[in-house]
Design a protein around this ligand. Structure first.
Ligand code: C2E
Ligand code: MG
Ligand code: MG
Length: 442
């Protein structure tokens, strides 16, 4: 072989698997697009990567990871009729060009076959590794008429599958593009946004149902994004968690809350508590309690005004640590609330172990309270349970007077929801706090 051919061949080959690499894939894709354009035909490409591959490399070592990639190559090649259609384009990411597949059912069948290949474990160093994969698929010309747009959309699809927990497949759709684009920009801008303090804390009052007295307010964060305007937590908290930027963001929120609390004290408003939401990643933070204490000390505040709200579904990991932290917080007179109660995996388990002070019944149970007998039975029993356990019970998401009447009749003590007030800006809230009560809009 001439040196030139040798070098060219090497440029197109992935050294670990000896499969054609990204460069070869782009060349082949260009060629397939030309052919399909001339013949006016359609074809599919699928890309897949492994779920939690980083953990394998991290925990078992890169050699295990390399062996696994090699075995996956073998298994896929054995399945594929066209052995030249498989490419390894980077790390744990593979692509298959299905040149002769022109309808979605056929493509779906192949995707399912590939997913089935992963049902059996891979044996590495005599250990059985069960691997899950995520797959994205896109079609020429429907999802892109040129290489760039086709690849961009394929990438968006795989990213979407991953962001939904992986272990499944999806075909590209245009909605994904808009969402994917927004998610990408938000992920990209988050760090700078924290430095530039682009966030705003809104507050929603929590009210004693019998008296309409405001007992506390819940801090709910919004991101005032220069391009998208007001962005809600559902769009960025998970991004902040994935990048761990939720830690500095959470600290920023707590500082903002401390400043507002001091201001309300100076203005002489009736005494209230402030609830702050903590996400799963924050609860796993090793020095969570110390960091909360340090911030409160910075402002010279007695911690007893604070309520830590933790969503039930995130308490599952490392429960022992969370139990310990909650005990320390309670020793500092900080109250602990289990948020979205009823929506997690083992609500009753948490009641036993976490010894929280407050439970907040999820809106899902309040929504149909007056029409759905099952919801009504569940809420009635949670009211009774909370009384026996001496826990403060809050009904979240009260939107109409029928729901409120049901809750009154059941003797649920505290409520929160649009019927009382939506989350509002500090200035608006201050007008309400001055009065100390919040009247439901019935
Ligand atoms: P959450 O803590 O359960 O907060 C209640 C959510 O329900 C808020 O949504 C609130 O605006 C909304 N809500 C309140 N009353 C009603 C109602 O009557 N009807 C309806 N349909 N919705 C109502 P938001 O502000 O979008 O927050 C969503 C979630 O994001 C929160 O759920 C919380 O888990 C998380 N989150 C919000 N702020 C923060 C924060 O500062 N830090 C962290 N880590 N998470 C936060
Ligand atoms: Mg909450
Ligand atoms: Mg909630």
């Amino acid at each position: 072989m001439s040196i030139k051919r040798y070098v060219l061949k090497n440029l197109n080959i992935d050294h670990l698997t000896q499969l054609p690499n990204r460069r070869a894939f782009i060349k082949k894709l260009n060629k397939e697009i030309d052919i399909a354009k001339n013949n006016q035909t359609k074809f599919f490409i699928i890309s897949f990567n492994l779920d939690h591959f980083k953990e394998i490399n991290h925990n078992l070592g890169i050699q295990w990871g390399d062996q696994l990639i090699f075995k996956i190559r073998d298994r896929i090649l054995e399945y594929l009729e066209d052995k030249k259609s498989l490419f390894r384009i980077q790390g744990d990411e593979f692509v298959v060009i299905l040149s002769n597949t022109c309808n979605i059912e056929e493509c779906e069948k192949k995707i399912n076959d590939i997913m089935d290949l992963f049902k059996k474990p891979f044996i590495i160093n005599s250990h059985e590794l069960y691997i899950k994969i995520s797959i994205g698929a896109a079609a020429y010309p429907d999802d892109g008429e040129d290489t760039d747009s086709l690849l961009k959309h394929l990438d968006i699809t795989l990213t979407t599958v991953k962001s939904q927990g992986g272990n499944h497949y999806q075909f590209y759709s245009k909605d994904m593009n808009a969402n994917g684009y927004k998610q990408f920009i938000l992920r990209n801008d988050l760090e700078k946004a924290i430095q530039e303090e682009q966030f705003i804390v809104y507050y929603q009052p929590l009210v004693e149902i019998d008296t309409n007295k405001i007992i506390s307010v819940e801090a709910l964060i919004r991101w005032n994004h220069p391009k998208f305007g007001m962005v809600f937590p559902s769009d960025f908290i998970s991004i902040a968690e994935a990048s761990k930027l939720i830690i500095p963001l959470g600290e920023w929120i707590l500082r903002a809350v401390c400043k507002d609390y001091i201001r309300w004290k100076q203005l002489g408003f009736p005494e209230i508590k402030i609830a702050v939401n903590f996400s799963g990643v924050q609860l796993q933070q090793i020095d969570l309690v110390e960091s909360i204490k340090a911030i409160l000390d910075e402002y010279g505040l007695n911690p007893s005004f604070l309520i830590v709200e933790a969503t039930e579904s995130v308490l599952l990991q490392n429960t022992e640590k969370v139990v310990k932290d909650f005990e320390q917080l309670k020793a500092m007179e900080i109250k602990v609330a289990i948020d979205d109660f009823g929506m997690g995996y083992s609500s009753l388990y948490y009641l036993k172990h976490l010894k929280s002070d407050i439970i907040k019944i999820d809106r899902e149970f309040i929504k149909d309270l007056n029409t759905d007998l099952i919801c009504s039975h569940i809420v009635r029993n949670i009211v009774s349970l909370s009384k026996d356990l001496k826990l403060s019970l809050v009904a979240e998401g009260i939107e109409n007077k029928e729901q409120l009447n049901c809750l009154r009749e059941m003797n649920c003590k505290f409520g929160q929801g649009y019927l009382y007030s939506r989350p509002i800006l500090v200035k608006e809230l201050e007008a309400v706090l001055k009065m100390g009560i919040c009247i439901p809009a019935v």
